[in-house]
Design a protein around this ligand. Sequence first.
Ligand code: SF4
Length: 304
Amino acid sequence: MLIRASYWTWKIISGEQIPEPMPTAYLMLDGNCMYNCSYCTHARDSLSDNKFLSRITWKEIDLDSLLSMAHNFRRICFQVVNYNGALKDAKYVVEIVRENDKDIAISVSTRVLDKEDIDAIFESGASNLGIAIDVANSKLHRQYRGWDMDYTLELIEYGAQKYPNRITTHLIVGLGENDREIFEIFKKMKESNVEIALFAFTPIKGTKLEHAQMPPLERYRKIQILRYIMFEKALLPWVEFDEKGNISRLLYEESLETLDITKAFLTSGCKDCTRPFYNDRPGNNKEFYNVHSFISEYSTNKNE
Ligand code: SF4
């Protein structure tokens, strides 16, 4: 079993300091993925180095080091690449971490094959399960992920009914969908109490979509505000779309005084998930797509 830790997680586990709070540890169970998602560094045909997931470097660690430093975190998130035997390994590490600490939150993010996989992951002691939709346009979902979006939605619905408030889905903005398609998914997930973890598409060298562009920040901000109003403020906004299906107007019944809109720009997903620099490059003087802590507060990371 090959376990990797995101760079900052690895630093904490190695007893080093990082410049900001990071309540969730990010671990990856790595191997040769059986799937071939067009935007992923771990896709079967990807020419990327496996040590990357999104744009982050992941360093090898052993389970004992993780267990000895797990008390530094409120949540442990295992991103499980779908290699042969991955489910068995995922159940094993979740059981070990759960045994080590009965209260820590444990997320597993993986492409479950069927309902039995969902049950197996929760039976092993996981708190939350991330079942990614990733691609909001159903035609592109099949093209980029290789199976029907309806099947992904069926699995999410099964998990949401059987394990209420414990399913999160990942949604990537900028993979050819329009805002209306994202809004339709938001409404479905809201009905099923499924959390949305928003990502901005980030082209990575060696993947099929390495030459595609990130979505404009302005568009991403609109979608973050929409998610925030629907999921954090439990409001159903009035949304108008232009001829391309993108948001042209967004109205909601809450005065700006009470609505701290900057909170909308924070990383979304499971509780305490911050995913630092998944979609943003440190030190490039640009506003972050996903603000991972108020210390970095969507300001550029210039030294003010
Ligand atoms: S939302 Fe965050 S903590 Fe939850 S599964 Fe996704 S990456 Fe992990």
